[in-house]
Design a protein around this ligand. Structure first.
Ligand code: PLP
Length: 390
């Protein structure tokens, strides 16, 4: 039998651990246990009614064909408008290319910046799929850790120390999953300084841009960064469309040409009726404020229910749809803590280790449950932490 390529084997190679807690939570749920699923970044609500209506209209009105490879012109125009708003940088339709979700954008960004044997710096802890997209390009990476003590803001001197002769790019993610850190202007200026001096790309994952109470700053808006930033945006979180697979890369016209070439050979353009509905949703800001308000209010309810406690510490309260919680005062092994929390209180969270060693001693809780259930999750977590001993 012929063998699959080495590359495909490397993609799924995993150096992260801790997903067992999530798998166990799913098992308990299937058994009928009422687990509060605060583990993954999925909405517990449907897309906005207007968007669903727009999709039905698109189906009824003949949107069934192949679409323009970089995205339909009207969709690109809508994406450019939202890019200008999200990034704080005037963006033209010719500077965006539509792709099926932020994940596709990550894949394309690696293909477009890294040759085999190139190197990229990734900030840790990080979203789980990053390494696979780099390996798929045949490149290598170094994880530069960020630390709880710095509220997980990156240190530019550590990034610079990790640069090698073959380093081409830095991958950053603000607002950050899992740490919820929103990179400050000072952090971004320090990273920009390193990128400009070493002539690096910044692949900037900004899929949570709308969930920050207006605090998001894109690296693209920092001096010297306009043309070296590839900003990845998606409708999954901001517009409540995880399963619709709509994202885009905002960059330069020259890079957009490359991304269109990538689309040509990978996805051959977006789905027609989804494109039309996405265009309407972007133009009408369908769900944008409602979703941001929902997570803001859920976050507050969770924090209020948790109350003051010295047992655990919630970090970075305004970024994305999660909370990162430091449990080191109670547990050296947060995976064990998460397992016991699941077993005793039926609350499923992700142990920090799932996102890399620098998040060890932390748990990540997602706000993808109702206010009432998040209140219960906070009460149970507080009760559990107060009596927990290793
Ligand atoms: N980047 C980060 C940090 C994420 O958390 C996710 C999804 O959870 C993605 C990218 C991919 O999002 P999508 O492909 O749904 O746009």
């Amino acid at each position: 039998m012929p063998l699959p390529s080495n590359r495909i084997g490397q993609i799924s190679e995993s150096d992260l651990e801790g997903w067992e807690v999530y798998i166990e939570a799913l098992r308990l749920k299937r058994e009928g246990k009422d687990v509060i699923m605060t583990s993954i970044g999925e909405h517990d609500f449907d897309p906005p009614d207007e968007t669903i209506e727009a999709c039905k209209n698109a189906l009824d009105n003949g949107h069934h064909n192949y679409t323009d490879i970089p995205g339909k012109p009207d969709l690109r125009e809508a994406m450019a408008r939202v890019s200008s708003m999200a990034l704080g940088v005037e963006t033209k339709p010719s500077e965006v290319v539509a792709m099926p979700g932020g994940q596709s954008c990550l894949y394309a960004a690696m293909q477009a910046t890294l040759d085999p044997d190139d190197h990229i710096i990734v900030l840790g802890p990080h979203y789980v799929t990053y390494p696979g997209t780099i390996r798929a390009a045949g490149a290598s990476f170094t994880v530069v850790d960020t630390y709880s003590e710095d509220d997980f803001q990156p240190r530019a001197n550590l990034i610079e120390a990790a640069i090698q002769d073959n380093t081409k790019a830095i991958l950053i993610n603000t607002p950050n999953n899992p740490t919820c850190a929103i990179y400050t202007r000072e952090t971004l200026e320090a990273i920009a300084d390193v990128c400009v001096r070493h002539d690096l790309w910044v692949i900037s994952d900004e899929v949570y841009w709308s969930l920050t109470n207006g605090k998001h700053i894109s690296p693209m808006a920092i001096d010297g960064m306009r043309d070296r930033t590839l900003a990845l945006l998606s409708m999954s979180k901001s517009h409540g469309l995880t399963g619709w697979r709509v994202g885009w890369i905002a960059s330069t016209e020259a890079m957009s040409y490359n991304f269109a070439q990538h689309n040509l050979v990978s996805n051959y353009g977006m789905c027609d009726f989804i494109s039309k509905a996405a265009e309407d949703a972007l133009n009408g800001d369908f769900g944008l404020e409602m979703i941001a308000d929902t997570y803001r209010s859920r976050g507050q309810i969770f924090l209020d229910a948790l109350g003051d406690t010295n047992d655990i510490r919630v970090l970075n309260e305004a970024g994305s749809m999660y909370f990162m919680i430091d449990v080191r005062a109670k547990a050296s092994d947060s995976k064990q803590f998460a397992f016991e929390l699941l077993k005793n209180e039926l609350v499923a969270v992700m142990p920090g280790e799932s996102f890399g060693p620098s998040a060890a001693g932390h748990i990540r809780i997602s706000l993808g449950e109702s206010e009432e259930r998040l209140k219960q999750a906070a009460t149970r977590l507080r009760r559990f932490a107060s009596s927990y001993t290793e």
